[in-house]
Design a protein around this ligand. Structure first.
Ligand code: 13P
Length: 249
């Protein structure tokens, strides 16, 4: 399965930061990576980022509304992201679930909106520290998959990202066996939900992926790529992570 290395800039990045995308795009056009590369900058930068990346790096949004248009002040539709040059959108990131009250049902509607607009969706799931400590990590993520992955999620280019909340921005990374156990579980849940097609979706790991831990994480056979926050803000770090992909992964 071709890996996907995706950067989520979150609420970081002014026009001057486009230089980082320029650097990443220049580097990947010299040495073609054995992976799909995606950067999700703030919505304000998508048009310019897509022009600069010129197809060498895919550009994505970080969220979308489920409607095409309407009286939803401050929201952005999947069609608008597509029109701006995005190919993909992240939905159900834990920061959206936490700070904007997004439920599994809302996340599923957003994923469907993404496909309606011709975008790929990256659907995020993950447990809190307390849920892991209570021994509920697998159940929590399984329930999130069941309720936030629409039944007709079939394109192999779509992805699920496992992002344990306690690993995001904390410098704490699950052990290799915790990541493997969860990715195997998510795969099983996807197959239960989608049949054979569930084998084709990429399952990304996200949460404190850095140049130093990326080789070990990306070498795990069940990990089909990464969703990177802080370390995607600097081209040098992002390119180092890209360089950590095992050959022929
Ligand atoms: P960090 O890589 O900064 O921990 O963020 C992970 C994340 O939330 C990506 O979506």
């Amino acid at each position: 399965m071709r890996p996907l290395i995706a950067g989520n800039w979150k609420m970081h990045g002014l026009l001057s930061h486009l230089l980082e995308i320029d650097t990443i795009a220049a580097s990947v056009s010299v040495k073609l990576p054995d992976a799909d590369i995606l950067i999700c900058p703030p919505a304000t930068l998508i048009v310019r980022a897509a022009e600069l990346a010129a197809g060498r790096v895919a550009i994505g949004g970080q969220n979308c509304h489920c409607e095409i248009s309407g009286e939803f002040t401050g929201d952005i539709s999947a069609e608008m992201l597509k029109d701006a040059g995005a190919s993909t959108v992240i939905v159900g990131h834990s920061e959206r679930r936490q700070h904007h009250g997004e439920t599994d049902a809302m996340v599923a509607e957003k994923a469907k909106a993404a496909w309606r607009a011709g975008l790929l969706a990256i659907i995020c799931v993950g447990e809190t520290q307390a849920q892991r400590e209570a021994g509920n990590a697998l159940t929590v993520c399984g329930a999130q998959i069941a309720a936030s992955v629409p039944e007709n999620m079939v394109s192999p280019s779509n992805a699920v990202a496992y992002e344990p909340l306690w690993a995001i921005g904390s410098g704490h990374v699950p052990t290799a066996s915790q990541i493997t156990e969860m990715h195997v579980h998510i795969r099983r849940c996807l197959v239960e939900r989608l049949g054979e097609q569930g084998m084709e979706l990429r399952i990304l790991y996200g949460g404190s992926v850095k140049p130093d831990n990326a080789p070990a994480i990306l070498a795990l056979p069940e990990v089909n790529g990464a969703l990177i926050g802080g370390a995607s803000l600097k081209a040098a770090d992002f390119l180092e992570i890209l360089g950590a992909l095992p050959p022929g992964h």
